[in-house]
Design a binder for this molecule. Structure first.
Ligand code: 9G3
Length: 551
C-alpha cells in the first residue's frame, strides 16, 4: 500500500487524558480516533489488526466445533425481564425505545438472547452438546471509561455459549475452549496467565480469567513463584493459617478509655458491612485486609455495602441482627487488643471466642505477597493484569429462568446446562500495545502487524531512489509480502518517526545508497541495533531473515 494514499493520521501530541501507553500510541500512530468518551473509530491501520485478531479467534473457535453466528445488538427487553437482569443492572446497561415505544437493551452480553434463540429447538439430549459464538460489538455504559480501548463503552467481544445435557459434557467444552484461548493468545504473542477467578454474579462455579500481564492492568493476580498456580487476588485463598485447636486467654478482658497502643501483631480490626437483610461485622488481624468478595461468597450475597468506621455497632453488645464473622488469621491470636469505636475504649486480653461468641473461622482476608502458595509450591507474588478473556461454567441460571429445557434419554425434562466464554477483541489489541512498545511507538508481533514491511523512500524526488523503491515494492508484493510504502513527500525525520510509531516488524530504507543498488534494513523490535546495508539483490533473503527473528 502506498502511504501517500492511506488514511493514517499520525499525531505529534495526544490529549493529556491519554494516560496509558497503548491509548497514547494507538492515537499517535493513527490506529484509532475517539468519537466520544469510551467510543472509538478503528482507522484503517487499527482495523487491519482487529481483523487479524478476529481471524485467529475464528480459526481457534472453529477448531473446537463451535459454530459462528451473529445475534442482534438490539435485544428485546422482555428477554432481560425473563432472566431478571433488566432491574439488576443499572445505567451500565444501555436501553433504548423503538418507534412503537417498545424497550430494548443494547447488548452488553448475549446470555439472554442466545438462550431464547435455542430454547425452542435444542430440546433433546440427542442434539447436545452444541456451542455457538459471535464476534460482535457490545455496549456497556461504563461510569469512567479510560485507557482508550481498555475500558470502552462500545467494544468488540467474541462471546461463545455452549449447551450440555450434563456436567461432564460442560467440563469437556470448558477445557476445550480454555485451550483454544491459550492458542489464541499464544498466536497473538500475548504474555498472559490463566487465573482462577470468582464467578460472582454470573452464578455457576468454575471460572478462569485470562490476564494479560501489564502494569496498567486493573486486576491483581496472585501467582506462585514456583508453579503455574495463579488466581485473581479477589478469590486467592489464604492457606497455612488455621492452626488446629484454639487457645483461650485466661485473663479477663479489660478496657481503657481512648485509643491506646496495642502491641504489634496483637491487634484486632473490625470491618462492617450491610447486606439486604443483615449487618455483618468482620474481625481480622489489624495488619490484614478484608476481602469483600470472600465475605460475599461466605454470605452467598452479591450486595455488600461497607459501613463507615464511626457507624460500627458495638461488637461486645450482642444484637441478633448483627452477625460477626472471624477471619482464620485471628484463631491463633492470644491476648488480643482491640480499639472499639462504639465506646471509644481500647480493650486488651480480648478472647473472640469468649467475648464475641465466635464459633468458627473463615478465609476472609486478601492473600499477601510472600504467603505460601495454595498449591503448596512456592510463595505468592503479585502482578497486574488486563482481563482479556474469561471462561465460565454458567450452569442452569439462564436456562431455568428462561425455560430452555431438554428431554433426556428417559424422556425426563431438565434445564440445559450452559457455559459461556468471552474474549475482549479490542481489549486484546490494547493489551498487545501495552506489551509491545518502546518510547518511539509500537512494535507489533509479526502475526498482528498491519504490514510486514515498511518501505521508506528517503527522498522520492531523487530518480534513483524512486526507481529502486518501486522495484523493491513490486518484488515484495509479487512474493506475497504485505508492504506499506512511505512514498510521501515528507522530511526524512517525519518518515522515520512515523515508521517507529506504526511499528511494522521490518523497516527498509531506500536512501543515498540507491545509486549503488544498496538498501538499509532494520528490525523494529531490535531498533537499538540500528539498520544494516545490503545489496538490493539480497532483498527477499534479508526480509525473510528479519521476519524470521521477529516475535
Ligand atoms: C450487563 C452489563 C455488564 C455486564 C454484564 C451484563 C459483565 C455481564 C458478565 C459477562 C459474562 C460473560 C458472555 C461472554 C463472556 C463473559 N458485565 N457481565 O453479564 F448487562 Cl451492563 O458478560 N458473558
Amino acid at each position: 500500500m502506498r502511504q501517500s494514499k492511506m488514511f493514517i493520521p499520525t499525531l505529534k501530541e495526544v490529549p493529556a487524558d491519554a494516560e496509558s501507553a497503548s491509548h497514547r500510541l494507538l492515537l499517535r500512530g493513527g490506529f484509532i480516533r475517539q468519537n466520544a468518551a469510551g467510543i472509538y473509530s478503528y482507522l484503517p491501520l487499527g482495523y487491519k489488526i482487529i481483523k487479524k485478531i478476529e481471524q485467529i479467534i475464528r480459526e481457534e473457535m472453529d477448531r473446537t466445533g463451535a459454530q459462528e453466528l451473529l445475534m442482534p445488538a438490539m435485544q428485546p427487553a422482555e428477554l432481560w425481564h425473563e432472566s431478571g437482569r433488566w432491574d439488576v443492572y443499572g445505567p451500565e446497561l444501555m436501553r433504548l425505545k423503538d418507534r412503537h415505544g417498545r424497550f430494548f437493551a443494547l447488548g452488553a452480553t448475549g446470555e439472554e438472547l442466545v438462550t431464547s434463540l435455542v430454547r425452542d429447538t435444542l430440546n433433546t439430549y440427542k442434539k447436545l452438546p452444541m456451542a455457538v459464538y459471535q464476534i460482535q460489538t457490545k455496549y456497556r455504559d461504563e461510569k469512567r471509561p479510560r485507557f482508550g480501548l481498555l475500558r470502552g463503552r462500545e467494544f468488540i467481544m467474541k462471546d461463545a455459549y455452549s449447551f450440555h445435557a450434563d456436567e461432564e459434557s460442560l467440563d469437556e467444552a470448558y477445557w476445550k475452549i480454555f485451550n483454544a484461548y491459550k492458542h489464541v493468545f499464544d498466536r497473538c504473542g500475548l504474555k498472559y496467565r490463566a487465573v482462577l477467578a470468582d464467578s460472582g454474579a454470573m452464578g455457576g462455579k468454575d471460572t478462569h480469567e485470562f490476564q494479560a500481564l501489564a502494569e496498567i492492568g486493573e486486576d491483581t493476580i496472585a501467582y506462585s513463584d514456583q508453579s503455574d498456580y495463579a488466581a485473581n487476588l479477589e478469590m486467592a485463598p489464604v492457606v497455612g493459617q488455621s492452626v488446629e485447636g484454639s487457645r483461650h486467654t485466661a485473663q479477663e478482658r479489660i478496657g481503657q478509655r481512648g485509643r491506646q497502643p496495642v502491641p504489634a501483631g496483637q491487634e484486632l480490626a473490625l470491618y462492617g458491612f450491610k447486606t439486604r437483610t443483615e449487618t455483618i461485622l468482620v474481625l481480622v488481624r489489624a495488619e490484614d485486609e478484608v476481602n469483600d468478595v470472600k465475605v460475599k461468597n461466605v454470605l452467598g450475597t452479591d450486595l455488600l455495602e461497607p459501613i463507615e468506621n464511626d457507624q460500627l455497632p458495638d461488637p461486645f453488645y450482642h444484637d441478633d441482627k448483627v452477625r460477626i464473622l472471624a477471619d482464620q488469621g485471628i484463631r491463633t491470636l492470644t491476648g488480643a487488643g482491640f480499639y472499639n469505636q462504639a465506646d471509644d475504649t481500647t480493650y486488651i486480653n480480648v478472647d473472640p471466642e469468649r467475648d464475641l461468641q465466635i464459633t468458627h473461622y473463615h478465609d476472609l482476608r486478601f492473600v499477601k505477597e510472600g504467603d505460601p502458595s495454595p498449591d503448596g509450591k512456592g510463595t505468592i507474588r503479585f502482578a497486574k493484569g488486563i482481563e482479556v478473556g474469561q471462561v465460565f461454567k454458567l450452569g442452569t441460571k439462564y436456562s431455568e429462568a428462561m425455560g430452555a429445557l431438554f428431554l433426556d434419554d428417559q424422556g425426563k425434562s431438565h434445564p440445559l446446562i450452559m457455559g459461556c466464554y468471552g474474549i475482549g477483541v479490542s481489549r486484546t489489541l490494547s493489551a498487545i500495545c501495552e506489551q509491545y512498545h518502546d518510547e518511539n511507538g509500537l512494535m507489533w508481533p509479526k502475526a498482528l502487524a498491519p504490514f510486514q514491511v515498511h518501505l521508506i523512500t528517503v527522498n522520492p524526488k531523487k530518480q534513483e531512489q524512486a526507481q529502486l523503491s518501486e522495484k523493491l515494492y513490486q518484488e515484495l508484493l509479487s512474493h506475497g509480502f504485505d508492504v506499506l510504502w512511505d512514498d510521501r513527500k515528507e522530511r526524512p525525520g517525519v518518515k522515520f518517526a512515523d515508521s517507529d510509531l506504526i511499528g511494522c516488524p521490518v523497516q527498509l530504507v531506500v536512501g543515498k545508497g540507491a545509486g549503488q543498488d544498496l538498501v538499509e534494513a532494520g528490525s523494529r523490535q531490535n531498533a537499538s541495533e540500528g539498520r544494516t546495508e545490503f545489496p538490493a539483490s539480497e532483498l527477499l533473503r534479508t526480509v525473510d531473515q528479519l521476519l524470521e527473528t521477529a516475535k
